[in-house]
Design a binder for this molecule. Structure first.
Ligand SMILES: NC(=O)c1ccc[n+]([C@@H]2O[C@H](COP(=O)([O-])OP(=O)(O)OC[C@H]3O[C@@H](n4cnc5c(N)ncnc54)[C@H](OP(=O)(O)O)[C@@H]3O)[C@@H](O)[C@H]2O)c1
Length: 305
């Protein structure tokens, strides 16, 4: 597995991260097999959030660590905080309380990284700064980041928060690419020209913040997986042809499409199936050419000006 820098932390992480949002219902043995498959493929970065499965996802992962504690040293564990039932909460009190609960469920004494999950309209950067400083000093969290935030929101935090923000997790994949589309339609008046994110892609490149594309196989907002979907015949044709020519699974082409971008994305894949995980890791043997990269983007229904 290729490794990439985690922001400006000086640490290298696996270019593919395993998202653990869908593991709540797995039996213990299934979690073990999934974790083993990930580690064998060199995917040692595991993404969690306090809310996944109502805490159950962290719990089943923590149980796996309790069964084999020696694995902890081989893993980068990330969690997220800030989404509560019916509102978002970046208050100091809640951040501290939620991290303690995550650590307890994960059966570990530290998170390698913590992200603020979704922007809180009532954010007070001073409170975030105090929470992050407490977590850093106690050794409970090593590195920090955000998720679903635009450049102005990040600047607002960065003015007060002393810790560097190393990663920004955002939805991105061949069938959901507004941050790429807008950059190709600058100064046009068509729908693709609308900047939905304040120019987050170029901002993150400038600041060396790692973008972690979430839900790379989905279209819309949790509408479904586009692979094999009749909603995306052209995209599937293009991906299948590339997969055939490179002798990898179509899912590997999707991940290769993200890894080809010079921003050095870290896709967060959410499969709970070890064989799917192994297949998509075939991405690291594929280097898409510039025409191939654009062909996938166009096949998703996008047009160049
Ligand atoms: N920051 C945020 O706001 C945010 C939001 C959502 C998610 N996330 C993170 O992103 C991660 C990924 O999200 P996601 O699960 O929606 O992403 P995804 O990787 O796009 O989708 C995973 C789903 O696709 C299915 N799938 C079907 N065929 C597949 C194939 N050939 N290869 C791989 N998967 C296939 C998987 O089923 P099988 O299990 O059967 O393979 C699984 O249900 C989450 O676990 C979470 O960590 C973050």
């Amino acid at each position: 597995m290729k490794r990439i820098p985690f922001g400006t932390s000086g640490q290298e992480v696996s270019a593919v991260a395993l998202g653990c949002m869908r593991i709540a219902a797995l039996a213990p043995a299934q979690v073990d097999v999934l974790v083993d498959a990930a580690l064998e493929e060199g995917v040692d970065f595991f993404d969690h959030a306090d809310i996944y499965g109502g805490g159950r996802c962290e719990e089943v992962f923590g149980d796996a660590l309790a069964r084999r504690p020696s694995l902890r040293g081989r893993m980068w564990i990330q969690s997220k905080v800030g989404i509560r039932k019916d509102y978002f909460d970046f208050s100091k009190e809640y951040i501290l309380e939620a991290v303690d609960s995550s650590l307890k469920r994960l059966r570990t004494d530290r998170l390698d990284s913590l992200l603020l999950h979704r922007p809180d309209a009532l954010v007070e950067p001073e409170e975030v700064a105090e929470a992050f400083t407490t977590l850093e000093k106690s050794g409970k969290v090593r590195f920090f980041g955000i998720s679903n935030q635009n450049p102005a929101q990040i600047e607002l935090l960065a003015k007060t928060v002393p810790q560097r923000l190393h990663a920004n997790q955002l939805q991105l994949g061949p069938a959901y690419s507004p941050m790429i589309d807008a950059g190709l339609h600058v100064n046009m008046v068509d729908a693709a020209s609308v900047v939905h994110d304040g120019g987050i892609l170029d901002y993150c490149r400038l600041k060396e913040i790692t973008i972690q594309p979430w839900s790379p196989f989905q279209y819309g907002f949790f509408k479904g997986v586009f692979l094999g979907s009749p909603e995306y015949p052209e995209l599937n044709r293009e991906i299948d042809a590339l997969a055939k020519s490179r002798r990898v699974a179509p899912s590997a082409i999707v991940v290769a499409w993200l890894l080809r971008h010079p921003a050095r994305f870290q896709p967060v894949v959410g499969t709970a199936d070890p064989s799917h995980l192994r297949e998509l890791c075939g991405a690291t043997s594929v280097e898409l050419s510039r025409p191939e990269w654009y062909a996938v983007w166009r096949a998703a229904g996008n047009t160049l000006p």
